[in-house]
Design a protein around this ligand. Structure first.
Ligand SMILES: Cc1cc2nc3c(=O)[nH]c(=O)nc-3n(C[C@H](O)[C@H](O)[C@H](O)COP(=O)(O)O)c2cc1C
Length: 153
């Protein structure tokens, strides 16, 4: 079995919808070999990362940076996971009121330190809420799960 770990910060109904859409997209694959594990950054720990075969990270942008919740996850798990998951396929989505670039840079920097592998360009859901964000989030979950299922990652 392979595990797709989805870690999404959900401080609002919109961000909950985004995380649910990612999960829904992954479920569409109906894989018999990929287990889905969906958590908030507060719930996730180093063992979750160590047992993952791919990871999708979702966060809001707050004050030009990733959410404190996601940063806390990295702070708690970095030392235990560093150099143990080299090449881990990873994807990111960011919900940002108006920007998102600071968050993208910060996460990419951590991912690069971890030597994880971004397998899709980060999605930034910027500006006024748009129902198309949900479709894109669903496609993200579907694509990453399909990649794991097919052994592409
Ligand atoms: C304290 C705080 C700081 C924020 N800082 C930023 C920011 O620096 N850049 C940005 O694009 N959005 C910022 N936002 C907007 C959030 O990203 C947005 O409220 C969040 O993604 C939830 O979006 P929603 O209204 O669609 O649920 C901030 C929101 C809060 C509450």
């Amino acid at each position: 079995m392979r595990k797709l770990l989805i870690i999404g910060h959900i401080p609002s109904s919109n961000t909950l919808r985004l995380r649910e859409a990612v999960l829904c997209g992954a479920r569409k694959i109906q894989s018999e070999i990929v287990d889905l594990d969906c958590k908030t950054p507060f719930e996730a720990n180093a063992l979750d990362t160590l047992s993952a075969d791919a990871i999708i990270l979702g966060t809001t942008e707050n004050l030009g940076y990733m959410s404190g919740a996601l940063k806390d996850f990295f702070d708690r798990t970095y030392n235990e996971t560093i150099e143990k998951k080299e090449g881990l396929p990873c994807a990111i989505y960011i919900r940002a009121g108006m920007d998102g670039t600071g968050t993208r840079r910060a996460i990419e920097s951590i991912i690069s330190g971890q030597k994880w592998r971004l397998v899709q360009a980060p999605l930034i859901f910027r500006g006024e809420w748009n129902e198309d964000f949900v479709r894109q989030a669903e496609e993200l979950g579907e694509a990453i799960c399909a990649g794991l299922d097919a052994g592409i990652f």
